[in-house]
Design a protein around this ligand. Structure first.
Ligand code: MG
Length: 448
């Protein structure tokens, strides 16, 4: 008897082979909804489930208990625009010349030639919406609805990009689609407004699978919560903001439950980079921002903008009932680069047909079925196109660049020493040599 393959299987056999593009349709009649929640500058140590002693995050803790918590997840870059570029394209942002945080009116932004996760999912039949911070360009050609999103509500860049913190004449505005809304932005209302928009998007888009990218502006300074919330957290103003993000996540999860979509939805919660602990003097130009408005990298060294672990290693929680085992914890290496290929695979979407996708499909990690296919990660600092380090499954080679002379190397055993306290390069020159060569190969790939 002849076996007749379903049309989708035939098409997948005919698909061109793309490196790392092992996509396939998810089981079941409909691919999962995707809810990707990204906090801004939230550090590794800021959630209850990651050990914060005073900030309470019961909904996020429960999300972890119902899914997987990663302890070696890296936002691909230690700063907003670069990190978001990598998250949405699966590519190191240096490949596209985006290395820092884009300023208002920047001529740089995400190029038309890039393929975003939203475009991948839209092509697979998804409704796509972004609520919150975009930060991949605020000029025509760079806007979210020009890069795969059906709808947009939010800020085009950071909430501090107004005087006195940033010298700009461009007023900060909320946008709906391509239209700026009137009136000054009230920071204290942002999380609530984003949450309401996210719930509306879920309610209004249930006829097809949907992709909701909820990119909070908080806890990026200047912090804000409604007066009714202020002072509730034992963790102070920063704690209030994190606890409101916890509330917001709970609202989204409750809406999914009310809509009967809990089991058909992959929910991810993460951050774009580590806490902004080393704020420049300009951030304290008036009394609205104080040093304790920053979060914590927990046991990790360093913070936002740096190539220390605290710059990019951040929380990552994922829930997909029936697919991701509840209550699992993994220290396998996963990065923001991997979100696009992983989600595309879960959705049965097709990866962009270009060679320089740096991400890999890590469903095996999330589902507890195997080790991470990722065997290295390259570190940058903010605003720099020069790689500053590389890690493999255990070791990290980190470079610093003095004003003159050759770079200075240090080697850390991240299994024993995630805080990067002990340079063991002299004990392991062979390991350092291997990582040096891999970094050289990576750098060479940038010029191809
Ligand atoms: Mg950020």
């Amino acid at each position: 008897m002849r076996t007749i393959l379903p049309l989708a299987a035939v098409l997948s056999l005919l698909a061109p082979a793309v490196p790392g593009a092992q996509t396939g349709p998810a089981s079941g009649p409909r691919p999962p909804n995707i809810v990707l929640i990204v906090a801004d500058d939230l550090g590794y140590g800021d959630l209850g489930v990651y050990g914060h002693p005073t900030i309470k995050t019961p909904r996020l803790d429960r999300l972890a208990a119902e899914g997987v918590k990663l302890t070696s997840y890296y936002a691909a870059e230690p700063v907003c625009s670069a990190s978001r570029f990598s998250l949405l394209t699966g590519r190191y942002s240096v490949r596209a010349g985006i290395t820092g945080a884009l300023m208002p009116g920047s001529r740089t932004g995400i190029a038309a030639a890039e393929t975003t996760l939203a475009e991948v999912l839209k092509a697979a039949g998804y409704r796509t919406g972004i609520v919150g911070k975009w930060h991949l360009g605020d000029r025509p050609g760079h806007l979210p609805t020009e890069h795969g999103f059906d709808s947009y509500f939010g800020l085009l860049y950071s909430n501090d990009m107004i005087p006195p913190w940033v010298q700009t004449d461009v007023p900060l505005r909320l946008y709906r689609g391509l239209r700026p809304l009137d009136g000054e932005v009230d920071n204290s209302a942002l999380t609530g407004r984003y949450t309401a928009e996210a719930l509306s998007f879920i309610r209004d888009n249930q006829a097809a699978p949907f992709f909701l990218y909820l990119a909070h502006s908080m806890p990026h300074v200047p912090l804000g919560v409604p007066a009714s919330i202020a002072g509730r957290s034992a963790g102070g103003r920063y704690g209030d903001v994190i606890e409101m993000l916890d509330w917001s996540t709970g609202e989204v999860l409750d809406e999914l439950a009310r809509s009967g979509l809990e089991r058909e939805t992959l929910v991810i919660f993460t951050s774009d980079n580590g806490p902004w602990m080393e704020m420049p003097a300009r951030m304290f130009a008036d009394s609205r921002i104080v040093p304790t408005d920053a979060g914590s990298a927990g046991p990790l060294r360093g913070s936002k903008a740096t190539s220390w672990e605290g710059g990019t290693r951040v929380p990552f929680l994922a829930r997909w009932p029936g697919r991701i085992p509840a209550g699992s914890v993994s220290s396998e290496l996963v990065t923001g680069l991997d979100v696009l290929p992983t989600v595309a695979a879960a959705a049965g979407g097709r990866l962009p047909a270009r060679a320089a996708i740096d991400g890999v499909d890590v469903r095996a990690v999330l589902e507890g079925k195997g080790p991470s296919p990722r065997d290295s990660f390259v570190y940058f600092s903010s605003g720099s196109a020069r790689p500053e380090g590389i890690r493999d499954t255990r070791w990290k080679l980190r470079l610093t660049f003095p004003e003159q002379g050759a770079p200075v190397e240090a080697l850390y055993d991240l299994s024993l020493d995630p805080a990067e306290r002990f340079d063991v390069l002299r004990d392991h020159p062979d390991i350092a040599g291997r990582l040096r060569e891999r970094l050289r190969q990576f750098a060479a790939s940038l010029s191809r």
